[in-house]
Design a protein around this ligand. Structure first.
Ligand SMILES: [Zn+2]
Length: 105
């Protein structure tokens, strides 16, 4: 759907990039891409998550990010080229990353 650009963070949702909600109307930038979110908190969550993943993996960019789960715990599968990594993530009510555990492949 967003193919063909230099930097594309593909996500698995049609709605909000984090939680999948189709209500709300908040556009925020992640790594230079304007993306749809239901609210400011979800934008902050994804922003913080991308930073964490880059810190943890040492990747300069993330090509694809799939997020599944709920506020109780989200499984995130990130890819950069041939590389991939999975994490179990939770956020606090302000959008900060609370739990960030690398999962075995
Ligand atoms: Zn959301």
């Amino acid at each position: 759907m967003l193919a063909g650009k230099n930097w594309i963070l593909k996500t698995n949702f049609q709605g909000c990039a984090v939680c999948g909600s189709t209500w709300g109307n908040y556009w925020g930038e992640i790594e230079g891409e304007r993306m749809f979110f239901c609210c400011k908190i979800c934008h902050l969550e994804l922003h913080n998550l991308v930073l964490k993943i880059k810190q943890s993996t040492g990747w300069e960019k993330i090509d694809e990010l799939n997020i599944e789960g709920s506020y109780a715990g989200r499984n995130c599968l990130a890819r950069a080229g041939e590389k991939s990594a999975s994490f179990l993530v939770t956020f606090d009510s302000l959008g900060e990353v609370q739990t960030f555990n690398k999962l075995p492949k």
